[in-house]
Structure formats: structure tokens, C-alpha cells
Design a protein around this ligand. Structure first.
Ligand code: DGL
Length: 275
């Protein structure tokens, strides 16, 4: 067991999501900051977020983040969830003093990258419908046609994949087909994966989508931002090995099944809170 009440010397990064999706962001952060200890937190007790109402989600994220920070003091918080970030960031920032980095749909880079002016947005049903997302489109992609699709099924499939279960590739195919059946979809050249679960299915999605379609997400940009914000902090000592831990808000068999996948992300400990 780690002594979770003592802040470590090297800045500790708390990465938060409803489930395993934030691991796609954690992976990018680890590539840049491999020596910083990582607490990966999954609110599996309240998963999925993409189908929840706004008021209940704000209250839930507030409660869980407060409890996590009490147990695992961190130097920076990454809300590695588009569904939570597009709703709760102003609230969290008004209550907490540590730096908070949120993950929001990569609309701006997609609009800059697109040559055809037709971009896709694949996210949870909640993110697709958020005023924050409309505002991003209005501000950065006003000259583009944006084809949006919300899917909770893909979120579940990503969870299954990381548990080592056989995944329903036919369902991925159907979702890809639905996206491609939209008006002007044949001209779409960039697709924003605006749910952190979806980069975990990038290869599977790509198999069902036109080869010319670029799939992009916010993970690498988030990692750069975290590195920038920690630039003035303590350098890890020579030979330092970070202790990484995954924390779940509920002990479940499904969470136990994630152990092999977590090892692949350099996380060898699991802890369960009851929130
Ligand atoms: N991973 C989350 C996101 O980026 C949401 C998944 C869920 O619906 O819980 O939106």
C-alpha cells in the first residue's frame, strides 16, 4: 500500500474519467512525463457519464474529485473526460486551487486541418449536445460543416476491450456506417474523437471508415499542457521510479478485470473507494 496521505516529492498527476477512457490521455502524459507518479481515477460507480443529466453530473464530479484529492493529494488535475470537462470545469476551477486541465473536443485543430471543410464529431450523446460544444464550433469551425454523432455504445465497447473481452466489431461497423450516411459525409476528411474512450478503439474504427479520414483527439495537446504547467516543479531524482495507482469509486469484478490492461499503462496497483 502507498502512503496516500503524504504528497510525494515529485509532482503527482491526478487523471480522472468516468471509466477507462482517460487512459488514452494518461498514455500521452506518460510519454512526456514518465517519471511523475500518476493517480488514475475512474468513477466506475457512476459510469457512464454520457447519459447523465447536467445537475447530477456536476454534483457527482464535485463530490468525487473532492474525495480523491483528500486521499491522494495531487499537484495537477486532469479531467480526462470530454463529457465532464464541457460541463464542470468552471465549477471545479472556482472551488479548487490546483491547476486543472480539461479535455474538450478538438474542433479547432480539426477545422484548421480540414481541406474539404467537412469535419466529423464523434462523442457521447451529452458532449454532442452541450452548449460548450456548440460554442467551440461557432468560434472555431464556423466555416465548416460539422457532422455529429453521439454514441454511448462505443464507450461500453472500449471498456470491454480493456477488460480483455471479445468486442462487437459489427457494432463498431454499424456506428461507422451511421456516421458515413450523413449528408456530405463522403467529403469529411477529419473526424474528432471527442470522447476519451474512443482513441482506445482507433484501429477498430479506422477499419470501418474511409482510409483518407484522419482521426484526431486532444490527448497529445493535453500532455503538452500538463508538461508546461509542471515545468517549474521538482525534477524527479536520478533513477526515480514513479508509483502509479488506479483508484475506482466502487469495487467490482469488472474493475478487477482491468489489471492486465492497467499494467500496460504502467499502473500496477488498484485501490477502491466507496463513493
Ligand atoms: N470518457 C468520457 C468522455 O470523454 C465519457 C464516457 C462516459 O460516457 O462515461 O466523454
Amino acid at each position: 500500500m502507498t502512503n496516500s496521505s503524504q504528497p510525494p516529492l515529485v509532482p503527482r498527476i491526478l487523471v480522472f474519467d468516468s471509466g477507462v477512457g482517460g487512459l488514452s490521455v494518461a498514455r500521452e502524459i506518460q510519454q512526456r512525463l514518465p517519471l511523475n507518479p500518476l493517480v488514475y481515477a475512474s468513477d466506475n460507480a457512476f459510469f457512464p457519464y454520457g447519459t447523465k443529466g447536467e445537475a447530477e453530473l456536476i454534483a457527482r464530479v464535485d463530490l468525487v474529485i473532492g474525495e480523491l484529492l483528500r486521499r491522494y493529494p495531487a499537484d495537477i488535475l486532469v479531467i480526462a473526460c470530454n463529457t465532464a470537462s464541457t460541463l464542470t470545469l468552471p465549477h471545479l476551477r472556482s472551488r479548487l486551487s490546483l491547476p486543472i486541465v480539461g479535455v474538450v473536443p478538438a474542433i479547432k485543430p480539426a477545422a484548421l486541418m480540414s481541406k474539404s471543410g467537412v469535419i466529423g464529431l464523434l462523442a457521447t450523446p451529452a458532449t454532442v449536445a452541450r452548449p460548450y460544444t456548440y460554442e467551440l464550433i461557432r468560434e472555431y469551425a464556423a466555416n465548416c460543416q460539422v457532422i455529429s454523432l453521439g454514441s454511448s455504445e462505443l464507450v461500453q465497447i472500449a471498456e470491454q476491450k480493456l477488460r480483455g473481452e471479445t468486442i462487437d466489431t459489427a457494432a463498431i461497423g454499424r456506428i461507422a456506417q451511421e456516421l458515413m450516411s450523413a449528408n456530405q459525409a463522403e467529403n469529411m476528411d477529419v473526424l474528432v474523437l471527442a470522447c476519451t474512450h474512443f482513441p482506445l478503439l482507433k484501429d477498430e474504427l479506422a477499419q470501418h471508415l474511409p482510409a483518407h479520414l484522419k482521426l484526431i483527439d486532444s490527448g497529445a495537446a493535453i500532455a503538452r499542457r500538463v508538461e508546461f504547467l509542471l515545468a517549474d516543479c521538482t525534477e524527479p531524482p536520478e533513477g526515480h521510479k514513479p508509483e502509479n495507482i488506479a483508484v475506482f469509486t466502487k469495487a467490482t469484478e469488472a474493475a478487477d478485470c482491468l489489471a492486465p490492461a492497467l499494467t500496460g499503462f504502467g499502473i500496477n496497483q488498484q485501490a477502491y473507494l466507496d463513493i
